[in-house]
Design a protein around this ligand. Structure first.
Ligand SMILES: [Zn+2]
Ligand SMILES: [Zn+2]
Length: 296
């Protein structure tokens, strides 16, 4: 019987449950955090000797320290000619610990944002609880619903958190439009479909991950947010898309998406700013296949 089984992890789930069992100990988490502490002090020199690592972790008993290090070695920590290093899995898990992925009790007070709902005249309010961030109004209109690691909320105001969520949302959109899952890097099925009758948009961009099942749904217009032609068009009109919250781009949320008549399904997103119009043509997966700028 292995140690892992003794710790209550089913042996037939070995690979993943072994990984979590290896982390189920304060000393081992402290060892991983010691790597981060060292990296902060000297970002270019990441390797540590056995005794450096032990000193940083604060374990005086060499045999006990060696036992715990052994539980991490191979999966989270590797021994190289220069010394001990975090592996990819080690870096990921430390990032998740520091990002607060495993903290569940971080909550901020709801905060009015001073912006008006895009679907009624009520004020938008941001709410954050345990990683879930919502922006909506008192009439149950949800304008943005996304996730942010709870650790991000410990040293940010609600406004800063909303700005962060906006940036990560844009980054996710870029991955999803490219067919890559933002959760697991698996392949994503994506499609433009007609929105339900009671929705105030005509078309929806939907994605689902073949590997992890992550599902997203948004208005079709959002797929153009990371398109270079769209960004350049906005830039020409003095609008920096990366720093704008999505609901402050009314020409996008109000913009029409229509299905064009001929050939395979194509959808047109029309954006008008000042005296100029940008038409972006999407295929059935939400990929921009053509653009046209015209004076109006
Ligand atoms: Zn509203
Ligand atoms: Zn996935």
């Amino acid at each position: 019987m292995s140690d892992d089984t003794a710790e209550g992890v089913a042996a037939d789930d070995a690979p993943v449950s072994d990984a979590f069992a290896a982390l189920g100990d304060e000393t081992r988490v402290a060892i991983l955090e010691a790597f981060v502490e060292a990296r902060r002090e000297d970002p270019e020199n990441r390797a540590m000797t056995f005794s450096e690592l032990r000193d940083r972790t604060g374990v005086t008993d060499s045999g006990r320290f060696n036992y715990h290090l052994g539980k991490l070695r191979g999966r989270f920590v590797e021994e190289t000619d220069e010394g001990y290093l975090l592996t990819y899995a080690g870096r990921e898990v430390v990032g998740a610990i520091l990002g607060g992925t495993y903290d569940t009790d971080v909550e901020l007070d709801p905060e009015p944002l001073g912006d008006t709902c895009t679907r009624c005249d009520a004020e938008l309010v941001a709410r954050f609880d345990s990683g879930d961030l919502d922006v909506g109004c008192e009439n149950d209109h949800t304008i943005l619903r996304t996730t942010v690691p709870p650790g991000a909320a410990t040293d940010r105001s609600m406004r800063e958190l909303v700005a962060l969520a906006t940036r990560t949302t844009y980054a996710r959109i870029e991955l999803l439009v490219g067919g890559i899952c933002h959760e697991c890097t698996g392949r994503v099925e994506r499609e433009i479909v007609a929105a339900p009758d009671d929705a105030d948009i005509d078309y929806t961009f939907r994605t689902s991950c073949e590997r992890c099942g992550a599902f997203t749904r948004s208005s079709a217009g959002v797929v153009v947010l990371r398109d270079q032609t769209f960004i350049a068009f906005c830039d020409d009109h003095g609008i920096d898309v990366a720093d704008r919250l999505p609901w402050t781009l009314p020409f996008l949320t109000d913009g029409e998406t229509v299905q064009t008549d001929e050939g395979p399904p194509r959808y047109r997103v029309r954006v008008e700013v000042d005296d100029e119009r940008l038409d972006l043509i999407l295929d059935e997966r939400g990929v921009v296949v053509a653009t046209e700028r015209t004076p109006i």
